[in-house]
Design a protein around this ligand. Sequence first.
Ligand code: TXA
Ligand code: MG
Length: 317
Amino acid sequence: MRSMPNPEAITQAARLLRELALVAFPTETVYGLGADARSDKAVLKIFQAKGRPRFNPLIVHIGSLAAAKRLGRFDIRAGALAQAFWPGPLTLVVPMRTDAGLSDLVTAGLDTVALRVPGHKTAQRLLSEADMPVAAPSANVSGTVSPTRADHVAGAFGNQIAMILDAGPTDCGLESTIVSVAPGEPLRCLRPGSVTRAELAATTGETVADAEPGKISSPGQLRRHYAPAVALRLNAATAGPGEALIAFGPPPPGHKPFVNLSPAGDLGEAAAGLFAALRALDDAGIARAAVMPIPDAGLGEAINDRLSRASAPMDAT
Ligand code: TXA
Ligand code: MG
């Protein structure tokens, strides 16, 4: 069932979560596919619906930093990041408390847990009414582009899930920034997102390192992950014969873009529309597209990360 996020629908969604059903809900980044994070039975349904490998851990969503501290251990850096960016598009990977009470499937057996307090009003209302930690990956079939609209979720799962809360297109359009905060380790950015490296560094006074290669099996680290069917050629000055053009800023003279991610060259606008644009190319049956260069600064790092994963060769894992 699909519903506007009115109070009755939120109450029903919270009840469905307590009954261990799956509920898709909007966050400011992408739509999530939620289940009670304390229940093996509920969390298993997420892995089955998505076709997600079991070794791939899930993000746990909670309503507040206080609730997060019941699940994970926050050092000074993690506390500062949570204060600065929660609620918002930041996920913190911290050591899990031994009494967290989460299903082992959520963490895939790791001794760390990924935590996020989303800023979207509907997500906040749902978390407060359900009053439980909610495990929620992006609500897409594993390996495909994340959903930024309820239509994308309905198209992937139809009646397989109990309820979809539809609050319209999401604001950020890219998945949350994931930062690992491990004792005695530098901060590591496991996935770039709307909270930029510069913002993380300014808050903690520490430079943010990259993920240790091969250390954590995060699908965000698989080379081809956000994968549309269309073959993408990146940093293209113009589209060649047989290629659709994905523009950013003014298109080259004489070229009519299939889509312009932001005619004004605004990175926020480009991020918000990127996944819907990739889906639109697939829906139109377009085989090849050329993408104009996106500056790599700030939010551009996250956009280019998703584009490079979307354009990696099909056989890459
Ligand atoms: O914006 C988002 O983060 C969305 C919304 C729904 O919150 N969620 C999302 O979830 O993108 P998902 O499952 O598509 O991506 C979660 C990422 C995966 O790459 C997973 O491997 C990583 O987080 N992850 C989860 N727990 C982890 C852990 N303990 N250590 C390292 N990586 C972890
Ligand atoms: Mg995902």
